[in-house]
Design a protein around this ligand. Structure first.
Ligand code: PMP
Length: 333
């Protein structure tokens, strides 16, 4: 048979696949700590279980229940347990405070480019920091729904750095300030949460650095991330939203139900049929991250991988070049 293909794509990207462990013992992880509100003890059959092997092993019969996850109702007790477990692990990994809801949506990161302005609309003015393809697209999409989309700094000719925060021209009382934490195409990453006025909702697209470092969720009103880069297969978007934002009576009345955060939160992401397989696989990836050592370990690995690439580029005497300013490089150290 052909040798395995090594996938370096940003997404859909590699999922943990090899079975490396010989550990068979039952491992109990207690999620009752930190900001975690549940008292559940989740039993993971094998702490080093690799995601693809796990999916393959139970594809025909999910946990020996005689039904495949591919045919399981999104309203069944077993599927709702998967959703709840994924939420609990996310809470634990990111220390998500109790006043946030975690949603599993469809429509990709691109769907969120519309969902954000529609759901967060109040006065109709939003501020965007454009540092690459994805924040550029998001700002253009927002123009369809907002009266005024203000770029806090002029759009650069080339996306190689982050405009200096002290020069950003913010709008007083803007509905939100939006930025993309890691520009997947251009390789420009924010290494710190940008300062945002207290009365402005900070929104971030974390699709390509989600769970690769610890962040302070309480600084954000809304974080979203397409799963296919860091946490699962394509088809699911994770949205983490502060509860008070769900009570926005001024939101765009034409917000489609599938993109309506309040409705999805009220229905625990099953307002419509969600991407059940994607959520199931995402939950396995979250278990895997937890078992590998959580975000501290993911960050260490991300830095190690980034260094391998950057060191080759930097040592190539111009044969390869990376135009991104070193302090804005995607995981530069
Ligand atoms: N935001 C970022 C940072 C991305 O990298 C991508 C996809 N590469 C998107 C948004 C768009 O996501 P999707 O293709 O899921 O719509």
């Amino acid at each position: 048979s052909l040798p395995p293909v090594i996938n370096f794509a940003a997404g859909p990207s590699k999922l943990p696949e090899e079975v490396k462990s010989s550990v068979n013992s039952t491992h109990i992880v207690n999620l009752e700590n930190g900001h975690c509100s549940s008292s559940a003890n989740f039993i993971f059959p094998n702490p080093n279980q690799q995601v693809i092997a796990n999916i393959a092993a139970e594809l025909e019969s999910y946990q020996g229940k005689g039904i495949s996850i591919l045919c399981m109702s999104h309203r069944s007790a077993d599927f709702l347990k998967i959703i709840n477990k994924a939420q609990e692990i996310l809470k634990q990994l990111l220390g998500i405070p109790d006043n946030y809801k975690i949603l599993f949506l469809q429509g990709g990161g691109t769907g969120q480019f519309s969902a954000v302005p529609m759901n967060l609309l109040r006065t109709g003015t939003a501020d965007y920091v454009v540092t690459g393809t994805w924040s550029d697209k998001a700002s253009k999409e927002a123009k369809k729904y907002m009266h005024q989309v203000n770029l806090v700094a002029p759009k650069p000719q080339t996306f190689t750095s982050i405009p200096d925060r002290v020069n950003w021209k913010l709008t007083d009382g803007a509905d939100y300030l939006y930025y993309c934490a890691n520009e997947t195409v251009h390789g420009v990453e924010f290494h710190e949460t940008p300062l945002c006025p207290d009365d402005v909702t900070l929104v971030s697209d974390m699709s390509s650095n989600f769970l690769s470092r610890q962040i302070d969720v309480s600084k954000y009103g809304l974080i979203f991330a397409g799963a296919q880069k860091n946490v699962g297969p394509a088809g699911v978007v994770v949205a983490i939203i502060r509860e008070d934002l769900l009570k926005n009576e001024l939101k765009n009345p034409q917000t489609p139900l599938v993109l309506d955060y309040a409705d999805q939160a009220k229905n625990n992401s099953v307002a419509n049929t969600p991407c059940t397989f994607g959520i199931y696989a995402l939950e396995l990836v979250l278990e895997w991250i937890l078992n590998q050592g959580g975000l501290e370990e993911m960050e260490r690995r991300s830095r190690e991988k980034a260094a391998l690439i950057y060191d080759v580029i930097d040592a190539s005497a111009g044969f390869y070049s990376n135009p991104v300013a070193p302090l804005c490089r995607s995981r530069y150290l």
